[in-house]
Design a protein around this ligand. Structure first.
Ligand SMILES: O=C[C@H](O)[C@H](O)COP(=O)(O)O
Ligand SMILES: C=C(OP(=O)(O)O)C(=O)O
Ligand SMILES: [Mn+2]
Length: 424
């Protein structure tokens, strides 16, 4: 029997206030206990939901809702990522920093998918198959640097939590948004399937535990095989730089999942830490299971990345190494916009490729924030966007994205780097 009914709020006991909650009863009891312990660990960046009854109701409905993705699709991606871990494929991951409910339109989603396609076309000159993963169908939750914004209001944490409007009521976390996010994710996933017969995979940051927990499902590949737990909210989930605490909930939960998992690693990451991530998240050393997403910043990558790659190489762990050249290169423009300079993005990528070439390891992919729209959010490249242009079309809900022109320029540069040529 599965607990998927509206709670009788007049008679039922107080719902659990934490993200630990309850899990699909088709998950074997032992695994459910392990999940409960993992979800009960300290978790950074979680909203303070004001209404625990509404949260409980939303979680219950989410638990009964159809899954966004299927275990079969997730296993397929894991197999494809195994090729990237072994140097036989390249991973292209991209999309908005923050998907929004309003921008969940045919035009916007198709635009991202077609842009990833065009970029993959540029990369095909390398001869490596390109695995395309969208920051799509679930990228609604944002970790933030500060709890309040410049107006002194509680910060916007993504459409899954609150709204962008600069008024206090809009910033109040609303648990019904968990359900809206799930509906939007299903709509987007449906559109992806319509467009590409399922061959663009969906990914998001596994940030919000109240969204992920109810969507866990058990499955076994075949009779007689072990039961695996799948986060059906997406195919590929990653743990962000702000929530990768080794003793925290996000890592403990990810360790119990069968999905391929990414971990963002910033400039403060140590070799000991990275080895522990690998041991915790992929003790079985399954190729394709674990991806490290290096996001160091253009000046730090040269100093920090080599010893991390070296440590993982020594352990023999099969991992995909990706570069996110966006998140370590954010700064405020003179006009006050959060922006990124194309030259910094390119430079970090160059060093990333150089490090892997030197160490004989495979630069397995890139992770980018981009949109097909002609936005003016990042400066530089042949796009000609300069600081003074930023105001014209600065539309992002969170971080600055590469526009179409910048993305295609970058894809061409990445193809050259991957083929072994230098770029700048
Ligand atoms: O997408 C990444 C983070 O959520 C983002 O960089 C945080 O932005 P902030 O520093 O404006 O909070
Ligand atoms: C929050 C993000 O990145 P990071 O965790 O690397 O800062 C992101 O990818 O949007
Ligand atoms: Mn971002």
């Amino acid at each position: 029997m599965i607990r998927h009914t509206w709670p009788d709020t007049t008679t039922s006991p107080a719902p659990p206030p934490t993200a630990a909650g309850t899990f699909d009863e088709r998950i074997p009891p032992q695994l459910r206990q392990e999940l409960a312990a993992a979800f009960a660990r300290p978790a950074a960046q979680q909203p303070e939901w004001p209404d625990s009854t509404a949260l409980h109701a939303a979680r219950t409905l989410l638990g009964a809702a159809p899954p966004v993705t299927s275990p079969g699709e997730i296993r397929l991606l894991r197999r494809e990522l195994a090729a990237a871990a072994e140097g036989r494929a390249f991973l292209l991951q991209g999309g908005d920093c923050a998907e929004t409910f309003d921008e969940n339109t045919e035009e916007h989603v198709s635009g991202t998918v077609h842009l990833l396609d065009e970029m993959a076309g540029e990369l095909s000159s390398t001869g490596l198959p390109v695995i395309k993963i969208g920051r799509l169908a679930g990228q609604y939750a944002k970790p933030r640097s500060k709890p309040v914004d410049v107006l002194g209001l509680p910060v916007y944490r993504g459409d899954i939590v609150n709204a962008q409007d600069p008024v206090p009521s809009a910033r109040e976390p609303d648990p019904n948004r968990l359900l809206r996010a799930h509906s939007h994710a299903c709509r987007t996933m449906n559109h992806l399937r319509t467009l590409r017969a399922g061959d663009v995979f969906a990914s998001h940051e596994a940030l919000l535990l109240d969204y992920e927990g109810p969507q866990l499902r058990a499955d076994r590949a075949a009779a007689g095989q072990d039961v695996e737990v799948f986060a059906t909210s997406g195919h590929f989930l990653w743990i962000g730089e702000r929530t990768r605490q080794l003793d925290g909930a996000h890592i403990a939960v990810a360790a119990l999942l069968a999905n391929p998992i990414g971990v963002k690693v910033g400039p403060g990451t140590t070799p000991d830490e990275i080895e522990q991530y690998a041991d915790l998240l992929n003790p079985g050393r399954v190729p394709g299971k674990l991806t490290f997403i290096s996001r160091m910043g253009r000046d730090q990558v040269r100093w920090v990345l080599p010893e991390l790659v070296e440590r993982i190489r020594r352990t023999g762990h099969p991992v995909v190494w990706m570069c996110d050249p966006m998140h370590g290169n954010t700064h405020e423009s003179e006009s006050g916009y959060k922006t990124r300079d194309y030259a910094d993005v390119l430079r970090e990528l160059e060093v990333f490729f150089e490090v892997h070439r030197r160490m004989g390891t495979h630069p397995g992919g890139v992770h980018l924030e981009l949109t097909a729209s002609d936005v003016t959010e990042c400066v530089g490249s042949a796009s000609g966007v300069s600081d003074t242009d930023l105001a014209a079309r600065y539309e992002t809900a969170c971080d600055p994205r590469l526009n179409r022109r910048q993305s295609l320029d970058l894809a061409r540069a990445i193809a050259r780097m991957l083929r072994g040529g230098s770029d700048v």
